[in-house]
Design a protein around this ligand. Structure first.
Ligand code: MLT
Length: 400
């Protein structure tokens, strides 16, 4: 008899964004003439930049010639990309990394899920609430059931408190998805100090760091002293350079990071992740890594800056528009997400239905990210300028 992984039965029926997409498809089928503006899933809408497209074409040409063709690449990623990441992303922050500490991958969603392979099922887990659903779901799938939620709400200014129970693993996503809020360096230091004192691991998702506009907001957890001993950092080209459909990301596992065996023996976690990746993953394609590398040319950097400002201008349009009709908003200053308090005390899903049915706008119900998200709603700044303006003008005409 085939036995399934019973833990899958502990999951909610479907993944949040698949659920939304099914509801929207149904609406579209029933209302084929209605225009729909999608500000739900955080998927980018601007095409790849000229420099990236050129790099892709060149890499394809290389693959077409027997002199320059490449098969399997190095499992951790090509040095040409790893070196650029170290030089452009970390050196300016005063962080020194070895090549061996950077693992190129096909996405932070996969990495934040897969990292669980090297962590014991008995670990206690602290997860902020609301939260990007992947952290919770992947732990549930594995059977890690001792989970403490750290509420983030208006009362605590979206700054989670330390876990009440001793946590072995702590997930932090900063700038935050879904609330778009951030922690200062001092606030983040509290978590690093906690992790050091309790031999915990911080899983730090920095997928949105390139959207930070304010000073004193850490771009990397390694800006905090001692963080290399306790943290793994996840970063991605998806939101930074429009790679959601192209797929390229990286994870930093410092050599100093120590985990413990059941008997309390200290083990270098870097070697475990290397073993996991070289066994289950064959790397990101050469073509895509060349595309990612191209964002570190002067022209590539200029394009990326323009790209990010375009979305951040959308964020401002959304915030200003909603605030002008008395809807309270959060985020959208250091992140491409706007977290709003639903008007008229509507529940998250009631507001979702209202927006979809009345004005054809798709957002994400806050409660889909956790109980603390009830009564909130997320809009993304990743739409086109035209659609963002249109959506906000439509919402401004609604009565709640
Ligand atoms: C989101 O909408 O929360 C993100 O796009 C999901 C993701 O990056 O996987």
């Amino acid at each position: 008899m085939i036995k399934i992984n019973d833990h899958f039965l502990d999951l909610k029926n479907s993944y949040l964004f698949s659920d939304i997409s099914k509801r929207v498809s149904k609406f579209q089928k029933e209302n084929p003439d209605r225009e729909i503006i999608r500000l739900g899933i955080g998927d980018v809408t601007k095409p790849l930049s000229k420099t990236v497209v050129k790099a892709l074409h060149n890499a394809v040409d290389e693959m077409a010639s027997s002199e320059t063709f490449r098969g399997y690449g190095p499992e951790q990623g090509y040095e040409f990309l790893i070196d650029k990441i170290i030089e452009f992303e970390y050196k300016p922050l005063g962080i020194n990394l070895e090549r061996s500490e950077v693992f190129i991958s096909d996405g932070s969603k996969c990495d934040t899920g897969n990292i669980g392979d090297i962590l014991d099922v008995s670990n206690t887990v602290a997860i902020t609430d609301p939260v990007y659903p992947v952290y919770l779901d992947t732990n549930v799938m594995t059977g890690r059931s001792k989970i403490e939620f750290l509420p983030c709400n208006q009362e605590n200014d979206f700054a989670p408190s330390l876990p009440k129970e001793k946590a072995d693993m702590i997930y932090l996503c900063l700038p935050n998805n879904p609330t778009g809020t951030v922690l200062t360096k001092d606030q983040l230091k509290v978590f690093v100090d906690y992790a050091k004192a309790n031999k915990s691991l911080i899983l730090f998702d920095a997928a949105y760091e390139s959207y930070i506009t304010e000073e004193n907001v850490p771009h990397s957890i390694y800006e905090i002293e001692g963080a290399k001993e306790v943290a793994i950092e996840f970063r991605s080209f998806s939101k930074q350079a429009g790679f959601t459909g192209t797929r390229c990301a990286y994870t930093i596992v410092p050599e100093e990071l120590i985990g413990y065996t059941k008997n309390g023996g200290a083990i270098n976690m870097h070697s475990l992740w290397l073993r996991r990746q070289s066994t289950k993953f064959n790397g990101v394609s050469y073509i895509v890594q060349k595309a990612a590398e191209s964002i570190y040319t002067p022209e590539g950097q200029k394009e990326i800056k323009e790209y990010i400002s375009y979305y951040m201008e959308n964020a401002k349009i959304i915030r200003d528009g909603l605030e002008s009709i008395g809807i309270k908003t959060f985020g959208g200053v250091n992140a491409p997400y706007i977290w709003l308090k639903t008007p008229g005390n509507l529940s998250s899903w009631e507001f979702f239905d209202l927006l979809l049915n009345e004005v054809g706008i798709v957002g994400t119900p806050g409660v889909g990210f956790g109980d603390e998200g009830e009564g909130y709603f997320r809009l993304t700044a990743f739409g086109s300028r035209e659609n963002t303006i249109k959506a906000i003008e439509k919402i401004k005409k609604m009565t709640f």
